[in-house]
Design a protein around this ligand. Structure first.
Ligand code: UFG
Length: 397
């Protein structure tokens, strides 16, 4: 069985490509190399092309049985500054890809979605039925394509699995590939870089959140665990998709455990044996205080649970950075300018103060607030359970 991996020269796509090949699939990569890297595609057939180029897509799609779509821009801050770029590629380009896929008679698609579709969640951990109210154009673009898949599934019998990633990090155990972004904005590579001389110190984006230590909490998931989930999603479509027809499943991929920024820095220091040089800066607009997955559906439907923890993630990321002629990649580390004071909320602009949580009332918020507890003894931020089934916008509405 042959799979076309759109965005296969990118960070997550290249890991998924290897997981597919290890599971016996024939893999062809398709990438325009705008954010991907040729060396992440090494050892694979690479079709260089844009997802909006239907003439280029046609022959590639004619050779395959299923597709995986990773070819999206994915910088939240940049999407706030330049939404046009995001909607052009992540919506218009993605629709070309989808229509071409359908026209080629390919009926199975796995989509790289994001927890950004939930925006600022009402309940933690986040279940798939939680309201989808993205707070930036990136999340809105992912949600648009999810909805398109849903509609195509009903109308045309397309079978899809939308995988909503939480915070992907780490590197393939082979050491051949790992996290590679230009510019790099993600916490783990920047923290590791900040533990070495001559690298920029890390700026902590806000320490006044209503979390146990004041920094944001995220659910970090090893990229190899993510890659394995894609193989399982494909096997699900091969197995159960035919039976059910027209499936359009959405599944969270996370560990169900949250870690604060400070906990990640501690893990980075353990891995490198050196202090992470840091300063505390202001909040980054569009950052929800806490994002932690309810991974129950992935377990139930795909038989998948994350096998690796934060220590494994940071250790593999550090091994990759050292092997990957460490230093050369991080020369261009820079941040996108963020417009402070406003974020995109489902088509409107909200003032930053409307996103603030009120720890004075126990962290309980009227529409967008969570109750927080202190960190547990193993250094993992403990997030109390809520009834995650009470969300609005049930899946498949
Ligand atoms: N952070 C810092 N300093 C940095 C970089 C990050 O303090 O230099 C903090 C962020 O504020 C955040 C946490 O570290 O609290 C993680 O930040 P990342 O940039 O590594 O990841 P995000 O949580 O912003 O982004 C991830 C995915 C996106 C997805 C988003 C949903 O990478 O694709 O979650 O909110 F859209």
């Amino acid at each position: 069985m042959a799979i076309l991996v759109f965005g296969g020269a990118g960070y997550i796509g290249s890991h998924a490509a290897r997981a597919l090949r290890r599971s016996g699939y024939e893999v062809v990569l398709y990438d325009n190399l705008s954010t991907g890297f040729r060396r992440l595609a090494q050892g694979f057939e690479l079709v260089e092309g844009d997802i909006a180029d239907e003439a280029r897509l046609r022959p590639a799609l004619a050779r395959v049985d299923a597709v995986m779509h990773f070819a999206a821009y994915a910088y939240v801050g940049e999407s706030v500054e330049n939404p046009r770029k995001y909607f052009r590629n992540n919506v218009l380009g993605a629709l070309s890809l989808l229509n071409s896929t359908l026209d080629a008679g390919v009926r199975r698609i796995i989509f790289s979605s994001s927890c950004a579709v939930y925006g600022i969640p009402e309940r933690i951990p986040i279940a798939e039925q939680a309201p989808r109210e993205p707070v930036n154009p990136y999340g809105a673009s992912k949600l648009f394509f999810e909805n398109a898949l849903d509609a195509y599934s009903r109308a045309y019998g397309l079978r899809s699995v939308r995988l909503r990633y939480f915070n992907a990090a780490g590197a393939d155990e082979s050491g051949e590939i790992g996290e590679l972004h230009d510019p790099e904005t993600h916490l783990i590579p920047l923290a590791l870089a900040a533990s070495t001389a001559n690298r920029a110190e890390l700026q902590i984006h806000g320490s006044d959140y209503p979390t146990p230590d004041g920094t944001c909490v995220r659910d970090y998931i090893h990229v190899s665990d993510l890659a394995d989930a894609h193989v399982r999603a494909l096997q699900y479509l091969e197995r159960d998709g035919d039976e059910h027809g027209g499936d359009a499943l959405a599944i969270n991929l996370g560990t169900g455990r949250g870690h604060s920024v400070l906990e990640v820095l501690q893990a980075a220091e353990s891995a490198t044996g050196r202090p992470v040089r840091r300063t505390i800066g202001p909040r980054r607009p569009g950052d929800p205080p806490v994002l932690v997955a309810d991974p129950a559906m992935a377990q139930r439907v795909l038989g998948w649970t994350a096998q690796r923890d934060l220590t494994d993630i940071v250790a593999s990321a550090w091994a990759w950075m050292q092997k990957d002629s460490f230093g050369s990649r991080t020369q261009s580390v820079r941040s996108f300018p963020y417009s402070r004071g406003s974020v995109f909320v489902a088509g409107s602009l909200l003032g930053q103060d409307q996103l603030d949580f009120d720890p004075a009332n126990g962290g309980e918020c009227d529409s967008r607030k969570e109750r927080m507890s202190g960190p547990d003894s193993v250094g993992q931020t403990k997030i109390p359970e809520h009834d995650a089934r009470n969300g609005r916008n049930q899946e498949g509405d």
